[in-house]
Write a protein that binds this ligand. Structure first.
Ligand code: HEC
Length: 162
């Protein structure tokens, strides 16, 4: 008699919790419609290819954007000349920042310590360059450029295989 009572209680309990799950599931599907699932990234390039193909050209654009060129004709100031050129510069700085993100995925993530810290430093300084370009701020580009350059050197001193 006791055993039968227990079995009854257990089946009632299972039934009630089953209903609970059904309600919870229904709620979740109603409250979180169509969450976009990120497809898995499939990194292909080596670190060196990211450096040579994206990081270096993007950084060079920032370094060369503002400055003084001296030649036979005299001294010439260089800087983006119009909105289009500033926009192009901001995009180069953005490519530099994104190349940092590429260093943090797949086999290119060398370790989860200093590699991440040093990559984030480059990303952060790159963002200064984006802001400066958006503000058409020549001084800002110069100082962001030198700070970006420091982040390259810091990482290469520790990680670059010669
Ligand atoms: C988080 C670390 C890290 C940062 C930050 C970094 N690099 Fe590198 N870079 C490397 C490593 C590691 C290599 C060597 C890759 C190899 O040879 O396999 C490398 C290689 C390079 C190379 C290729 C050198 C060659 O052998 O031809 C260039 C160019 C380069 N980096 C440019 C830059 C520039 C410019 C920046 C800054 C804007 C920068 N890197 C920032 C880690 C970094």
């Amino acid at each position: 008699m006791r055993t039968i009572q227990w079995l009854f209680f257990i089946s009632v309990a299972l039934f009630v919790s089953g209903i609970g799950f059904v309600i919870a599931a229904a709620r979740t599907s109603r409250e979180a419609p169509a969450a976009v699932e990120a497809p898995a990234a499939a990194p292909v390039a080596s670190i060196k290819q990211v450096m040579q193909g994206i990081t270096m050209p993007a950084a060079t654009s920032v370094y060369n954007a503002v400055g003084t060129v001296m030649n036979a004709d005299g001294i010439k100031e260089t800087a983006p000349q119009n909105d289009e050129e500033w926009t192009a510069l901001a995009s180069q700085a953005a490519a530099l920042v994104e190349s940092g993100n590429l260093l943090l995925i797949g086999k290119r993530l060398v370790d989860s310590g200093e590699w991440v810290t040093m990559t984030r430093a480059m990303i952060e300084k790159g963002q200064l360059a984006i802001k400066a370009a958006e503000a058409h701020d020549k001084e800002g580009i110069l100082s962001a450029g030198s700070e970006i350059n420091d982040t390259c050197d810091t990482c290469h001193a520790k990680y670059q295989r010669q």
